[in-house]
Design a protein around this ligand. Structure first.
Ligand code: NI
Length: 212
């Protein structure tokens, strides 16, 4: 009886093993596809480590005219947001100059976009200082400042890195995140324009943002 049964048991074990092997291969295939998809999405995100879902939140600051600006003002139009300070020796003036050039290149489409320059140095960047400084760039660029607490709240919401660096002469400079954030009409982060990206790449990203 046992000898008669054994081939049957044997073949059923073989079938089970084959099924297990298929399941393992299927699982590996799914894993490979998933890893591929995640890598592709990370690559499409421009290698940015920023997580769209964790960027943004409530804030309340003032523009260079002293008008209140909150997170509600970012709704209904695409935005470019850049963080820096007016005493910045290189990154900020370069970025503002390039942004001014891009806005010229965009023509009337630039009006569909709002561009914000948020200070990480509100102690020195009063609304008056922002207005004077931004006078050298596209007049549509909105400068944002506020109390230290108001700015800190916004920097935290947007996960912006900034740090005060003392200089030998008793003065100080600021280290800060240099990327421009691209936000869609629902104020969600869709990508970044990174410092020193070519005009061609930057404009393509901005046009895509405007087109929605
Ligand atoms: Ni700067």
């Amino acid at each position: 009886m046992s000898e008669k049964n054994s081939p049957k048991t044997g073949s059923s074990t073989a079938t089970t093993l084959r099924v297990v092997r298929y399941i393992v291969w299927a699982a590996i295939a799914v894993l490979v596809v998933a890893v591929g998809a995640i890598s592709f999405m990370a690559w499409q995100g421009g290698g940015s480590s920023l997580q769209a879902s964790t960027i943004g939140g409530p804030f309340s600051v003032v523009d260079q005219k002293g008008e209140r600006v909150t997170e509600a003002d970012l709704e209904g139009h695409p935005s470019m947001i850049f963080f820096g300070f007016t005493f910045c020796p290189d990154v900020c003036p370069t970025t503002l100059y390039e942004t001014t050039q891009w806005m010229k290149q965009l023509g009337p489409d630039a009006d569909k976009l709002k561009v914000y320059f948020v200070t990480v140095d509100p102690e020195r960047d009063t609304p008056e200082q922002m207005a004077a400084y931004l006078g050298a760039f596209d007049p549509r660029i909105v400068g944002l400042t506020g109390t230290r607490a108001e700015i800190d709240q916004m920097l935290k919401a947007y996960r912006v890195y900034s740090r005060k660096v003392p200089l030998d002469d008793g003065d100080y400079t600021m280290d800060h995140t240099a990327s421009i954030y691209l936000l869609d009409r629902d104020a969600r982060l869709t990508g970044t324009v990174d410092y020193k990206e070519t005009q061609e790449t930057a404009l393509a990203k901005i046009r895509r943002l405007i087109a929605g």
